[in-house]
Design a binder for this molecule. Structure first.
Ligand code: B4P
Length: 190
């Protein structure tokens, strides 16, 4: 199986690039952010809980997120592989993902980490707020908080995969097509 963690700060282009990767490589796209947003829309209990964190720019608790991810993976019968978009976001999530994938006889193939300058991230998120209606994109203070949470809780996940020699950093500045081409090159050179 080809299992890719697509990683990066908020607004790095994880969702945007995931769409291109699933088309090219026939992978299943699992975005924890998308799953939470669809639960918020459906007004489920999970959605209400997730919203209370997301609207403040905080991470949804690990226990909830890890259980959700496991259940989503198990919904797919004999997939070619997965793109994990926005997961893992903490070392605890990364460790739990390794243990879980091992239990189903697979593992992460590589982590592709998108590097984008902070000013560019903010610009992209503010622009997306105009069309997305996402509360977490609309307020610069919440965006700042999401970026701070990324630096404190999420960026250490890179070292987790670096120790396993699975980390590949990708220049995330430039046009969507340019970044897609860089990602394709990395995956095809495995
Ligand atoms: P996510 O849904 O993962 O959202 P994101 O990090 O904001 O966005 P992404 O990087 O996918 O950006 P996109 O491609 O859309 O998370 C939202 C929230 O959910 C989190 O803050 C957290 O609360 C919660 N959550 C999710 N997963 C969790 C987990 N595992 N544990 C705990 N909590 C979790 O790009 C952004 C914008 O930029 C788009 O408008 C796009 O069009 C534009 N763009 C993309 N590439 C561009 C380029 N090259 N040039 C110009 N614009 C570009």
């Amino acid at each position: 199986m080809l299992n890719i963690v697509l990683f990066g700060p908020p607004g790095a282009g994880k969702g945007t690039q995931s769409e291109r990767l699933i088309d090219e490589f026939g992978l299943v796209h699992l975005s924890t952010g998308d799953i939470f947003r669809s639960n918020i829309k459906g007004q489920t209990e999970l959605g209400k809980l997730a919203k209370s964190y997301m609207d403040q720019g905080k991470l949804v608790p690990d226990s909830v997120t890890i259980d959700l991810l496991r259940a989503e993976v198990l919904k797919h019968n004999k997939p070619k592989g997965f793109i994990f978009d926005g997961f893992p976001r903490t070392n605890a999530q990364a460790e739990a993902l390794d243990v879980f994938l091992d239990s189903i006889d697979t593992s992460i193939t590589l982590m592709l980490s998108l590097d984008v300058e902070e000013e560019e991230l903010k610009k992209r998120l503010i622009k997306r707020a105009e069309v997305s209606g996402r509360a977490d994109d609309a307020d610069p203070k919440i965006i700042d908080n999401r970026i701070a949470v990324y630096h404190k809780e999420t960026s250490p996940v890179k070292s987790f995969y670096e120790q396993q020699r699975k980390l590949v950093s990708i220049e995330g500045m430039g046009s969507v097509d340019e970044i897609t081409a860089r990602l394709f090159t990395s995956i095809k050179s495995i």
